[in-house]
Design a protein around this ligand. Structure first.
Ligand code: HEC
Length: 112
């Protein structure tokens, strides 16, 4: 299960890397984050059940390359321990390649 997800993520990473020269819609992550129901627990700048996008982006600003895969995994599988006592639920409706897009988009949400 975890191995399968890791392999799918690796494939998705390669896919996105190979296709990154093609103009992706600017709001790919923004639209996905809404359609994937992330806003029931997250907001741009306010703490809800989960941490704000801006706080996540600020915390991992120096580890972007590693963190996009780590966060994509966590978006898929859920998990806790980094922000408080409440874990994130697995987001089983999210496709692995979309999890990677979402992780990258979250990492772009630097505080203004
Ligand atoms: C049911 C509530 C809930 C939903 C829905 C949810 N999250 Fe989370 N999320 C959380 C919580 C709680 C945390 C903090 C986990 C921790 O402390 O490590 C979190 C943490 C995160 C983190 C940071 C992880 C880390 O280790 O620093 C990212 C990135 C994230 N969520 C993205 C998303 C995205 C993208 C979606 C939509 C697909 C989503 N979340 C949906 C509750 C949720």
């Amino acid at each position: 299960m975890n191995r399968r997800i890791t392999m799918t993520l690796a494939a998705a990473l390669l896919f996105v890397a190979v296709n990154s020269h093609a103009a992706a819609p600017v709001d790919a992550g923004a639209g996905l984050s809404k359609s994937s129901r992330c806003y029931s627990c997250h907001d741009a700048s306010n703490v809800l059940i989960g941490p704000p996008w801006q706080a996540i982006a600020a915390r991992y600003a120096n580890d972007r390359k590693v963190m996009e895969t780590v966060l994509a995994r966590k978006i898929l599988l859920g998990g806790g321990g980094n922000w408080g006592v409440v874990p994130m639920v697995p987001n089983e409706h999210v496709k692995p390649e979309d999890a990677l897009r979402l992780a990258r988009w979250v990492l772009d949400q630097q505080p203004k």
